[in-house]
Design a protein around this ligand. Sequence first.
Ligand code: 5AD
Ligand code: SF4
Length: 486
Amino acid sequence: MKAYHLTTFGCQMNEHDSERMKGMLESLGYREAADRDQAELILFNTCSIREKADTRLAGHLGEAKRLKGEDPEKVIGVGGCWSQSMKERVFEQFPFVDVAFGPGQVHRLAEFLTSDSLTAQGYFEFEGFTGHLPMRRARDFQAWMQISVGCNCRCAYCIVPSTRGREVSRPADELVAEAQQLAADGVREVTLLGQNVNSYGRDLPRDLKTSFAELLAMVDAIDGIDRIRYTSPHPKDMREDVVRAHAELDSVCEHIHLPLQAGSSRVLKAMRRTYDRGRYMNRVAMIRDVLPDVSLTTDIIVGFPGETEAEFAETLEVAEEVGYDSAFTFIFSPRRETTAAELCDAVPHEVKRERMERLVEVVQRRAYERSQRFVGRTVEVLVEGQSRTDPDRLRGRTRHNKTVNFSGVGEPGEMVWVDIKSATSTTLAGEADAADEPAVHGRLVDAADEPAVHGRLVDAADEPAVHGRLVERQLTKRGRLRCRSR
Ligand code: 5AD
Ligand code: SF4
């Protein structure tokens, strides 16, 4: 049996494509090797979002070249966005590469491997989603679902439109069928993926048209899917119907990622973001009005060409005012074939670094303050595994997308209730609610269900004592009762 080794760079979309690549390779009879030097097939799923991604990849490719020097039979493949942005130049710069393909041609890898082709091959025309390929998920209970690919925006700094092309949505019925299958396989949390998820469906033919909010409702209706997340939305498309879906649909988590990029309207215009500071703040106000407790996170770029000190100060002001639960902060990095790469007036590196430090201070301080609201609360946690810092504790994630380290019992994939005792800017710490019945898992049970269910959701008419314990009742978003024993 031949072995492969795959290294993934970049975003969740790439992680997901890699799951499909692994599934496909395994269906071809390959197995995964723990190390690169034990693999006959060495693969990279690449990213090109920032310069750092390129430099990291170059080091890895150097090692692949050495391994191929030792054993010329090895096959080296490079897929993903960087590969797409380089096209045939991949072979010029890295002549030891045997096969190169963009994000829309994962299936071509199989074709290459099963053919007798001895010459290097490149596949760069978008041909479809990886949705039909087998998938090997990292965790049984969590899954990604690619709902669209590509992006019709023209943000001046972003390479994605040139690597992933124009936006193409998958029909909703196909996605619902996929989610149903995932639920049947034991998945409890799905993350809907797209470069611009909330403009989903606009490109679909009239008879198939579905809005993003409608898609959320369709996935929410599937039994077994307890949590729905999505990334990344664009503020311009964050309409009230999507925000209301968070309030009304039980599975849609209390977290919205709302990329800001910059706080100054002048810079936003130069970035071609299509909103200004005022409109962004209105969106935040609307979200907080409908969802007062929601977690808000963001992406911010520091040092866009021409960004003045006063304009940067506006970014600080917005970060201060919004109070994000967390933020990804990036130093501007000029990318090939983007309009921003051609702008003069680069901000000196030292200035960018100094601004970044000031921004991180504000982001972390506000995130720390925001985190404190969870202390004293009992929150539903989806157990992911052992704590990274203390093997005697467990780690999981709240609906607000906070990582929690806690003591108690629970298997990966289970929902447990955790009493939160303390919070840093990034993580929460607590103890599993000892009084909780192990069968609770925070699962919703129909009102018509029998009350014999160990404190699970019970009929409204049910007594507040299940098995002789006091039960705390919580109303879910749909007004159904969720009970916890106390
Ligand atoms: N330079 C710096 N950051 C960038 N991002 C995208 N392109 C660039 C770039 N050229 C950031 C944006 C985006 C996130 C995924 O990466 O903030 O939202
Ligand atoms: Fe990187 Fe963007 Fe491609 Fe994701 S879509 S892998 S972030 S370039």
